[in-house]
Design a protein around this ligand. Structure first.
Ligand SMILES: [Zn+2]
Length: 312
């Protein structure tokens, strides 16, 4: 078995995560006996911190105020909020979409930290969006809880983005900051399309002709996991300590719980962490530590409650 010395991919990885994130391109990592995998090599070639900082500054300079922050109450978007307010001084509207599975402690923390950092907070509980989210997730659960097409966080993200677009339009904003530590474009994941470097922003034209800009701020500003931890320590982050990969929502825990219960383990964690290493967010050692971190036993009563909530 070959193992990449840079990320965590091995020659036995199914690479489901690469197919999930880039379904339109044949994105594959080729493992080699004597060096980094082809994915890591390409990421290193196209990543230019100075160019990313310039791109970030240009997007924010042109953005109408307030800039909308897609705020989950989790670690990465909290660090992004801090960076926007304290380092960049940007007038910020933080929008937290309550999908019904956000613990009260996260909502209370969001109210406190936005007030402290001088950002406006909107907790969005739009009923049709929530219902769509619940129905979509339940449908995916019922079809099959396996493979690359069933990631619960992706179901949420799509619903959130629709809501963020609407709220941005209502508030006259044209730029949405995301707490995303991945790139928006790179030649090796965009089918060779230009420009020949990694970017952190992308635009989308809405039905009414308006253009909305999106900026993956942690990636653009090279905010690593280590830097995120420093920021969170400084501001006293409330960590709800769920066992999954998110720090603010119980659904990813539930997804892990169902997969383990049904004997459908995936290599998702190892592959996803490999992307975070490629993006420069994690070191390989941090990713290995994360992978080996013992997952706490699932809270049986909580899992049963979620299952009932998601039933058809
Ligand atoms: Zn690699």
């Amino acid at each position: 078995m070959l193992e990449c010395p840079c990320c965590l991919l091995t020659s036995e990885s199914t690479q489901d995560v690469l197919r999930f994130f880039w379904p339109d391109h044949d994105v594959r990592a080729v493992l080699r006996p004597d060096g980094p995998c082809s994915f890591c090599e390409a990421s290193a070639r196209w990543l230019d911190p100075a160019r990313l900082a310039a791109e970030r500054d240009e997007v924010l300079a042109h953005a109408r105020r307030p800039v909308l922050l897609a705020y989950s109450g989790g670690k990465d978007s909290t660090a992004a909020l801090h960076h926007l307010r304290r380092d960049l001084g940007v007038e910020t509207l933080a929008v937290l979409f309550d999908n019904g599975f956000i613990p009260p402690a996260v909502l209370e923390y969001a109210a406190r930290i936005t007030a402290e950092l001088g950002a406006e907070l909107v907790i969005d509980r739009e009923a049709p969006g929530r219902e769509r989210l619940r129905a979509g997730f339940a449908r995916r659960l019922r079809v099959a809880f396996r493979g690359p097409r069933n990631d619960v966080c992706a179901v949420c993200s799509k619903t959130f983005l629709r809501r963020f677009h609407r709220i941005a339009r209502e508030r006259g904003a044209d730029t949405i900051v995301l707490g995303n530590n991945f790139w928006a474009h790179s030649p090796h994941t965009s089918g060779g399309a230009a420009p020949p470097w990694m970017t952190a922003s992308w635009s989308r034209e809405l039905a009414d002709g308006a253009t909305l800009w999106h900026l993956n701020l942690p990636f653009a500003s090279r905010i690593t996991r280590a830097r995120t931890r420093e920021i969170l320590d400084e501001i006293g982050f409330h960590d709800a300590r769920f066992t999954g990969y998110t720090s603010n929502c119980v659904l990813s825990d539930f997804q892990d719980h169902v997969r383990a219960r049904d004997g459908q383990p995936t290599d998702w964690g190892r592959e996803y962490l490999s992307l975070e290493v490629s993006a420069g967010y994690l070191t390989r050692a941090e990713a290995l530590e994360e992978l080996g971190r013992a997952r706490g036993a699932a809270d049986a009563a909580l899992m049963a409650r979620i299952e009932r909530a998601l039933a058809p």
